[in-house]
Design a binder for this molecule. Structure first.
Ligand code: UN1
Length: 505
């Protein structure tokens, strides 16, 4: 199917989304589409003074917002969810134009935003604390949860809207203000999300336009944000190198961090696995989103008895992957984000080849003029070499074999990251072992589904070089609040804890 240039499609979207482009004077951020390289717009880069100003204004708005009852805060998020439903097709197209992910995944991304809004609305009536039995007579203990203040959000290009929404929907119902520094590669999606959230605030009669702020720019804009003393939490998604810089800047003043960094996710396929399911799961997890999810499948650890059969089925499946314009319904793999991503992918494939790997795929495909399109690569490796142990943000799947389960699990856990993992098996012993304390060391461990595509209801995040943060569902909301332990004495005496006596004689 023929498509107009991405820049033309963007102009059409401007009629359907609140994309009020601020004037971009001297220092501008050029927003290009990875689909065809066309220039969509220019945005002003936020100066460090602008960052200071944004955080101060957000703090000021927070002073009011923290006293709004949580269910009323939930109402804003509920209305935001409705606005997202109404704008789902347009916002999904913008996500596709800016990140290059296929439209099915763009729609999925907006759905993920809607889902977290629903979750947060329910949560707004469930920010429960505990009551705790006091050791002292006529005393009561309890926990209360209070808003934190200004939350900084740094997000990556590959989920330009959903990861912000996980953070922001929760941060808002928890009574916080948000300052968002999106990836410089997907700032327009951020602008649209910001505009839609402003509509929700207005519709609810909340006159706090500075409750949510945007900061545009590259790494230095993110660094300026982290440096703001009024910030109470920084939630950052992106590379491990970025997370390390954030953590180091945050540590001296004990700024709370929520880090969701890279992954070098694996799947173990055992002799009893349903290979039909496994092939489909591998295809989505490894080639989907052009291998540019932090949860993408990168390492396949196959039992020797099924390895050859599985690998040849994968080769057949990979040969049929349709690569092309991400707005085409038949496309499964769209462009890489930019030329840099291609260079890194090719260098890694060369390294894997030098380390004894047999590479198929990985070649550049002439799908849409001006974009970087590659065939996802399958690399059969003699073992878990250096190349395999590195996370490469590209569609590369390494295949290795094992014979003993303990060896497979050791290999599985032998990498720096610990985000997501999966096992395909029909053997309950193997499945339970993988999920046990001796099994996968990741924040997410799945059986008979791939490592990517998590639902919002669970806590999302991982261990080791993944940063340790948990976002989204379960009790991740606690990251966005301050816990106070309260002890109340309703008696006529003053007993001290631990039975200590401290009386004047
Ligand atoms: C990311 O790539 O940063 O589980 C987030 C998934 C998505 C989120 C990925 N729900 O793959």
């Amino acid at each position: 199917m023929e498509h107009a240039a991405a820049s033309t499609l963007f102009e059409q979207l401007r009629k359907r989304l609140p994309l009020d482009l601020p004037p971009a004077p001297h220092e501008a951020l050029a927003c290009h589409s990875p689909i065809d390289g066309s220039l969509l717009a220019q945005l002003p880069i936020s100066s460090s003074e602008a960052v200071v100003h944004s955080v101060a204004a957000a703090h000021h708005a927070w002073l009011h917002w923290r006293s709004v009852p949580a269910p009323r805060r939930g109402e804003v998020v509920r209305v935001f969810g409705e606005i997202l439903r109404a704008h789902k097709p347009a916002l999904a197209q913008l996500v596709t134009l800016e990140s290059g992910k296929i439209i099915q995944e763009g729609l999925g991304e907006v759905q993920e935003m809607i889902d977290i809004c629903d979750f947060a609305v329910g949560l707004s009536r469930q920010l429960h604390g505990l009551t705790i039995a006091s050791e002292r007579p006529h005393h009561r203990m309890m926990e209360t949860w209070h808003p934190l203040g200004v939350v900084g959000v740094i997000s990556a290009f590959n989920f330009p809207a959903a990861v912000w929404a996980w953070n922001t929907a929760l941060a808002l119902v928890c009574g916080n203000a948000v300052v968002w520094k999106p990836s410089e590669k997907t700032s327009l999606t951020a602008l649209a999300c910001h505009g839609l959230l402003q509509q929700a605030l207005q519709r609810c009669g909340i006159d706090l336009p500075h409750l949510h702020q945007l900061v545009f720019g590259r790494a230095d804009a993110g660094a300026a944000l982290v440096a703001q003393p009024l910030l109470r939490l920084i939630s950052a998604t992106g590379s491990t190198a970025m997370g390390r810089r954030v953590a180091q800047a945050a540590a001296p003043r004990f700024l709370r961090t929520l880090l969701e960094l890279g992954g070098n996710n694996a799947m173990i396929v055992t002799p009893s696995a349903d290979l039909d399911l496994a092939v489909r799961a591998i295809l989505f997890s490894a080639a989907g989103t052009a291998g540019q999810r932090c949860t993408s499948l990168r390492r396949l650890i196959m039992h020797a008895s099924i390895a050859d059969a599985l690998w040849s089925r994968l080769q057949q499946a990979y040969a049929q992957i349709t690569i092309g314009h991400p707005l085409d319904d038949t496309t499964l793999v769209g462009p890489l984000i930019d030329g840099d991503a291609l260079v890194k992918m090719q260098q890694r494939l060369q390294q894997a080849h030098r380390e004894g790997g047999h590479v198929s795929g990985g070649e550049v495909v002439d799908a849409v003029h001006g974009g970087v399109y590659v065939r996802p690569a399958l690399v059969r490796m003699p073992g878990q070499t250096t190349a395999v142990r590195e996370e490469t943000f590209a569609p590369i799947l390494y295949g290795m074999t094992y014979t003993q389960m303990d060896e497979a699990i050791a290999q599985h856990n032998e990498v720096a990251h610990g985000l997501s993992s999966s096992m395909f098996t029909s053997d309950i012993r193997e499945a339970e072992l993988f999920l046990s304390a001796q099994g996968s060391d990741c924040g997410i461990a799945n059986i008979n589904i791939g490592p990517s595509g998590a639902e919002i209801g669970g806590a999302f995040g991982g261990e080791k070089d993944t940063g340790g943060g948990r976002e989204s569902g379960s009790d991740a909301w606690k990251n966005y609040m301050r816990r106070a332990t309260n002890t109340i004495n309703y008696g006529h005496d003053l007993p001290l804890a631990q039975g200590i006596r401290f009386d004047l004689q």
